[in-house]
Design a binder for this molecule. Structure first.
Ligand code: HEC
Length: 156
């Protein structure tokens, strides 16, 4: 009997999710631009994990090192070509994240206070939450520049 209930529940949850339309604003990107953003995203996730790891070991120098890599210097890796395409508030949210990580790095070096860093990290991650709630990358087939096909490592 329990099994049947579980199955019915599962089915209804799936149906609700299938009917739910993704309301988030669509960023119309080509394959190269999508790849650029998602690569940066995975970098942010990895870096955040590394900061937490270092924090659990109270290694504040490692915290600073990992946080710095997610700071403004991360934006120099060819984001210019996206600036004209992405909405202004999207870019601003992105910049706030990088500035926040720079502040985390600076404070980890000077204050060396894990509790303080943890609070900052939590606040910083609210930017991740806010942006993910507002935007998605378009799923429609968009014209892809031939360049993106011939050279996957090229970011400019
Ligand atoms: C300015 C907007 C913005 C901010 C800030 C942001 N993201 Fe994202 N992120 C996106 C978008 C857009 C996607 C694609 C979502 C989609 O299409 O459903 C994404 C996708 C991702 C993915 C999936 C990557 C993949 O390979 O599919 C991860 C992981 C991720 N973000 C982590 C983070 C983390 C961690 C932070 C904060 C430290 C963060 N993001 C901050 C916009 C943002």
């Amino acid at each position: 009997m329990k099994k049947i209930y579980a199955l019915v529940l599962c089915l209804s949850v799936t149906t609700v999710m299938a009917k739910d339309i993704d309301q988030r604003k669509v960023l119309p990107l080509n394959e190269m631009q999508r790849n650029h953003i998602l690569t940066e995203m995975r970098g942010l996730l990895l870096g955040t994990q590394q900061i937490l790891q270092a924090l659990s070991e109270e290694d504040m120098m490692a915290v600073a090192r990992h946080a710095r890599m997610l700071g403004m210097e991360m934006t120099h890796k060819g984001e210019n070509h996206l600036r004209s395409i992405l909405p202004k508030d999207f870019m601003q949210l992105g910049m706030s994240v990088h500035q926040s990580f720079d502040q985390i790095a600076t404070d980890a070096e000077t204050l060396k206070n894990p509790k303080h860093t943890l609070t900052q990290l939590s606040t910083t991650m609210q930017y991740c939450v806010t942006c993910h709630a507002a935007y998605q990358i378009g799923t429609t087939e968009l014209p892809v520049e031939t360049e993106a096909h011939s050279d996957h490592h090229k970011h400019h």
